[in-house]
Design a protein around this ligand. Structure first.
Ligand code: SF4
Length: 484
C-alpha cells in the first residue's frame, strides 16, 4: 500500500513541476512513513536528525512527512523536529504540492491531517517504478480490528472504488504497455461491502480476464475469514489470474487467532487451501506469520508449526511480534521475553525454509514462464537474468550464447534445472516472447536517452522519494553523464 502511495506522491510532484534527482541534491525530501514497521518512529526521527544538518547548509531544503506515522503523530512531528516543513496524513496525499507551496510562501510549517478520504488515491497522478507491472488500488481502509494492527485506526473504514473506474485504469495501463497488475487492498475479498455486492471481487477478477493484452493479474491480500468459493472459481476460470494465493495465516493456534481478533480458525484456513488446490492444480500458496504474540505458549506455537507443515507454503513471511503503540495487543499483560520469541522464530524459519526448498525442488524439470524484471540484467559470472514465474517465484534463467536477450517486461520460457528455498534456476530450454511491455521499455529507454545529461543532473527543482541517500551536500550539480 505504501509503495503505491509513494508512486502517487512521485506522480503528484512531477505533475507540479518537480523532477527527480539521483542523490544528495534534493530541494524537497518526502518521507512516506509506515507505522506497521518496527521502530518506525525511531527511524523517522533518526533520519530527520540527519537532514537537519543538510538544512543548515541549504535553508531552501523542504522536508515533508506523510503516511501512517504522520497520521498518528500529527503536530508532535514538528514539535520534535521543528525543521520539518510539511506534515500530511494518509487521507490527503493529494495536498502535498499545495502544502509545500504554502510552507514556502508563509515560511512556516504546515500540518494538515484529515480524518476521511477526500479523493480516492487512485484518482491522483502516479509515477510507476516499472514499465510492465502496476499496482491498482481497489479499496483502502479495513473494517476488521486485528489486535496487533494499527491500520484500522490510521487508514479508517474500508472504502471501495467502483469497478468501472478500476477497469478503466487497468485498460489505460495496458495501453501504456503494462501487462501485469496487482489489485491492492487491505482486505481485497471484502471488496464490494461499501456498495452492497458480496460477489464484487470475483466479478472483478473475471472482468480482468476480458482485458486484451493483460497477461497477469495478482491480488493482495485476502482475509481468510471473508474468503468465498466464488473467488476460487473466478481464479480457476480466468486464465490471466495467476495460480497463486497470498493469504495471511498469522497463527496456527485457534486460541491465539481469537486473541488476535481474527475470526477464522486453522481448520477453515486449511479447508480454503484444499479447495484452491483442487480447483487450481499446482497453485502456490504463500502466507504471513507472527511469532510470539502476547500469551503465546509453546503449545500454541506447536500448533503454528503443525499448520505450516500441513499447508505446504511456497513462501512464508515470518515476523516476530513487536508492540505497536496504539494497538490493543500492546497493552496485553503477557508480553513474551525476546529470547523466547527469537528461539521460536528460528525453529519456524528452519521449517518454512525446508518446506519451500522441497516445494521448489519438486518443480525441477517443469517449464516455467518468466516475466523478465527490471533488475534482470545479465549476471557477468553466470550469464543469467531474472524475473518472476506465474506463481511469483523468483527465477534466474540462462540466455544461451547467440540468442536474443529479453527486455524487462518480455516473457521467457525455460526449464527448471535447480532450486533453492527462495529461487529457481532455469538453465535450459530458453525461448523468448516479446511483449508490449518490452516495447514500452524500449520507448522509455529511448526517451530517457533523449534527455540531455545537464537536465538530468539539474537539482534545482529536485525531489527524491523514499529514504534519501545522504552524503555531503553538493554545491553544484553532478556533470556525470547519464548512463543505463
Ligand atoms: S485485516 Fe487485520 S491485519 Fe489486515 S489491515 Fe485489517 S486489521 Fe490490519
Amino acid at each position: 500500500m505504501n509503495v503505491h502511495d509513494s508512486e502517487r506522491l512521485s506522480g503528484l510532484l512531477e505533475g507540479a513541476g518537480y523532477v527527480p534527482v539521483a542523490e544528495g541534491l534534493a530541494d524537497v525530501v518526502v518521507f512516506n512513513t509506515c507505522a506497521v514497521r518496527e521502530n518506525a518512529d525511531n527511524k523517522l526521527y533518526g533520519n530527520l536528525g540527519q537532514l537537519w544538518e543538510h538544512k543548515e547548509v541549504n535553508p531552501g531544503l523542504q522536508i515533508a512527512v506523510g503516511g501512517c506515522l504522520a497520521q498518528k503523530d500529527r503536530d508532535t512531528i514538528v514539535k520534535k523536529a521543528p525543521w520539518v516543513d510539511v506534515v500530511f496524513g494518509t487521507h490527503n496525499i493529494g495536498s502535498l504540492p499545495a502544502l509545500l507551496e504554502r510552507a514556502r510562501h508563509n515560511n512556516e510549517a504546515q500540518v494538515e491531517i484529515i480524518e476521511a478520504l477526500e479523493t480516492f488515491p487512485s484518482d491522483l497522478p502516479t509515477k510507476r517504478d516499472s514499465t510492465y507491472a502496476a499496482w491498482v488500488s481497489i479499496s483502502v481502509g479495513c473494517n476488521n480490528t486485528c489486535t496487533f494492527c494499527i491500520v484500522p485506526s490510521l487508514r479508517g473504514k474500508e472504502k471501495d472504488r467502483r469497478p468501472g473506474e478500476i477497469l478503466a485504469e487497468i485498460k489505460a495501463l495496458v495501453a501504456e504497455g503494462v501487462i501485469e497488475v496487482t489489485l491492492l487492498g487491505q482486505n481485497v475479498n471484502t471488496y464490494g461491502v461499501e456498495f452492497g455486492d458480496k460477489g464484487a471481487f470475483a466479478k472483478l477478477l473475471r472482468a480482468c480476464g476480458d482485458i486484451e493484452g493483460l497477461e497477469r493479474v495478482r491480488f493482495t491480500s485476502p482475509h481468510p475469514a471473508a474468503f468465498t468459493d466464488d473467488v476460487i472459481y473466478a481464479m480457476a476460470e480466468t486464465p490471466n489470474v495467476m495460480p497463486t494465493l497470498h493469504m495471511p495465516l498469522q497463527s496456527g493456534s485457534d486460541r491465539i487467532l481469537k486473541e488476535m481478533r481474527r475470526s477464522y480458525r486453522s481448520d477453515k484456513y486449511l479447508g480454503i487451501l484444499e479447495r484452491v488446490r483442487a480447483a487450481i492444480p499446482g497453485a502456490t500458496i504463500t502466507t504471513d506469520l507472527i511469532v510470539g504474540f502476547p500469551g503465546e505458549t509453546e503449545e500454541d506455537f506447536l500448533e503454528t508449526m503443525r499448520v505450516v507443515e500441513e499447508a505446504r507454503f511456497g513462501a512464508t513471511y515470518t515476523y516476530q511480534y513487536s508492540k505497536r503503540p496504539g494497538t490493543p495487543a500492546a497493552t496485553l499483560p503477557d508480553q513474551l521475553p525476546k529470547a523466547v520469541v527469537q528461539e521460536r522464530y528460528e525453529r519456524l524459519l528452519e521449517l518454512v525454509n525446508r518446506i519451500s526448498l522441497e516445494e521448489n525442488q519438486a518443480l525441477v524439470g517443469n517449464v516455467v514462464e518468466v516475466l523478465v524484471s527490471n533488475g534482470g540484467r545479465k549476471d557477468d559470472a553466470t550469464h543469467r537474468m531474472s524475473g518472476r514465474g506465474r506463481d511469483n517465484r523468483l527465477v534466474h534463467f540462462a540466455v544461451p550464447e547467440g540468442a536474443e536477450a529479453p527486455r524487462p517486461g518480455d516473457l521467457v520460457q525455460a526449464t527448471i534445472t535447480e532450486a533453492g528455498p527462495y529461487h529457481l534456476i532455469a538453465d535450459t530450454g530458453y525461448s523468448l516472447r516479446k511483449t508490449i511491455a518490452g516495447d514500452a521499455w524500449d520507448r522509455a529507454e529511448a526517451a530517457s536517452c533523449a534527455v540531455s545529461s545537464s537536465s538530468v543532473g539539474s537539482a534545482k527543482a529536485g525531489v527524491s522519494l523514499g529514504l534519501p541517500t545522504l552524503g555531503k551536500p553538493h554545491s553544484a550539480p553532478s556533470s556525470e553523464p547519464h548512463s543505463h
